[in-house]
Design a protein around this ligand. Structure first.
Ligand code: INI
Length: 157
């Protein structure tokens, strides 16, 4: 037997509540990310009444809504979902840095764990591949990660 104090989260989310911020821009993709995230939460024991979904116009607005949910301290975990596609978007880099830096700051400042399910791709095909086609569903992945983090949060000193 090792004397190491090992801390890790479990994948059971029964009794916990989660917030999801999802952006409407490229909703063909983000709706599928949301379906994946919700499905993952429900299959891991979360009740529908304990899932709050907040729609925002674009990925650039995700951090603003995320801050409200984080500051409320009502959630055991928060998930962000969006889709930024480079093809033809002159301000792709600005939108990506707005959302990545904003979510990163709130994740570090707030109490609840936050996971990042915002796709940044070259084109729509790559995005769809990551939203339930051949590359899995990154919404499901972000939900599974937050379930583990929420469980870990209960164990950290
Ligand atoms: N928002 C996205 O979520 N994805 C995009 O691909 C995108 N493009 O292409 O521009 C996008 N732009 C809107 C942005 O997120 C803000 O909603 C907008 O700038 C208003 O603040």
């Amino acid at each position: 037997m090792s004397g190491i104090n090992l801390l890790e989260g479990q994948l059971n989310a029964a009794g916990k509540s989660f917030g999801i911020v999802v952006s409407r821009f490229n909703s063909l993709v983000t709706r599928e990310l949301l379906n994946g995230a919700q499905d993952c939460l429900l299959r891991h024991g979360v009740l529908e009444k304990d899932i709050t979904v907040v729609w925002v116009p674009g990925a650039g607005e995700i951090p603003q809504a995320l801050r409200h949910l984080s500051d409320s301290e009502k959630f055991d975990g928060l998930i962000t979902l969006g889709c930024v596609i480079r093809g033809g978007t002159p301000h792709f880099e600005q939108v990506v840095s707005l959302v990545t830096q904003g979510v990163g700051e709130i994740a570090l400042q707030g109490k609840a764990p936050v996971t990042f399910g915002v796709l940044t791709t070259e084109n729509l095909e790559q995005a769809l591949e990551r939203a339930g086609a051949k590359a899995g569903n990154k919404g499901w992945d972000a939900a599974l990660a937050v379930i583990e983090m929420a469980s870990l949060w209960e164990k950290l000193p």
